[in-house]
Design a protein around this ligand. Structure first.
Ligand code: 2NE
Length: 267
């Protein structure tokens, strides 16, 4: 698969840059996007010319806003348990034996925020906004989206992020440890480049061992993700979940509790 349509892939000077290229969808991912990201991450993983990977989104507005809601109708449009192989994508980020830096150039929302969580490092523009939206739109990203987030920002914060679905500024994200650095928007590329150059000066094998040893401690979350996705597939079949997707697309507030209490849900 070298004919990418949803991403850009570029290797220069030891850096592999992977860009989600769907700016008209705020860089939301559909099934094909996930497959292309997995393919590019695997290519970067085993290319000896690559020492560090940068993941970002095209344009100025968004890093990634998660699953493409226009490709979601009680399931997504690709393969895997929920029609969107997100758990494989998150695994590919973790399995890549090189440091992966999230270049957070705008909204990192929903599954986009989970990608930031799964990347080894994150550098954000001061214009970025981060957060989860699942319970607002009839979804949830169980596994790395919840359990790894709790390791990154702490249990109370992670629960707040999921239960209230607020948007956080880049400065807030830095305070809670979700990103490593925040820089003025115009300095984002220079900052990312500087971090890449520092990493490229290090021993690749030492970095790979360090990354795998960090991962080993939290890899049981992979099992939680697999189990959670099975539950999510069933949740997507419910009217409660479908109401969330409809409300987002119709730009109105969802009425989850009315759906839950409707006679057709009694039983
Ligand atoms: C990103 C955000 C916060 C922007 O809000 P705002 O108010 O600035 O703009 P608006 O109007 O909401 O969005 C701008 C345009 O981008 C599209 C919108 O539909 C809109 O299109 P137009 O009306 O201009 O044509 N857009 C944005 N995000 C999209 C998306 N994910 N899919 C399709 N179109 C999208 C606000 O838009 C927001 O909160 N977006 C996130 C929506 C969302 O529900 N994401 C998926 C969560 S579930 C998930 O990611 C997931 C997972 O993590 C694991 C498994 C399965 C799913």
């Amino acid at each position: 698969m070298n004919d990418y349509t949803d991403i850009l892939y570029d290797v220069r000077g030891g850096v592999a840059r992977i860009t989600i290229n769907r700016p008209e969808k705020y860089n939301a991912f559909r099934g094909r996007t996930c497959d292309e990201l997995i393919h590019a991450l695997n290519a970067a993983s085993w290319d000896k010319a690559v020492g560090v990977v940068v993941l970002t989104g095209a344009g100025e507005k968004a890093f990634c806003t998660g699953g493409d809601q226009s490709a979601h109708d009680g399931g997504y449009d690709g393969r895997g348990i929920i029609g969107l192989p997100v758990e494989e994508l998150q695994g590919a980020l973790r399995d890549c034996p090189k440091p992966v830096i999230a270049r957070v150039n705008g909204y990192a929302i929903g599954g986009g925020n989970v990608l930031v969580t799964c990347c080894d490092l994150a550098i954000a523009s001061d214009t970025a906004q981060l957060g989860q939206v699942g319970p607002k739109v009839g979804s949830v990203d169980p596994g790395f989206g919840t359990a790894l987030l709790a390791r990154v920002v702490g249990e109370k914060r992670a629960r707040e992020i999921w239960f209230l679905c607020r948007r956080y500024s880049a400065a807030d994200a830095l305070n809670m440890g979700l990103v490593n650095a925040v820089v003025p928007h115009g300095e984002l590329d220079a900052a990312v480049e500087k971090w890449c150059q520092e990493i490229l000066a290090m021993s690749p094998t030492a970095l790979a061992i360090a990354k795998r040893s960090f991962n080993a401690d939290s890899d049981s979350i992979r099992g939680i993700a697999g189990q959670g996705m099975q539950a999510l597939a069933m949740y997507y079949e419910t009217e409660e979940s479908k109401e969330g997707v409809r409300a987002f697309l119709e730009k109105r507030k969802p009425t989850f509790r009315d759906v839950l209490m409707s006679p057709s849900n009694e039983g």
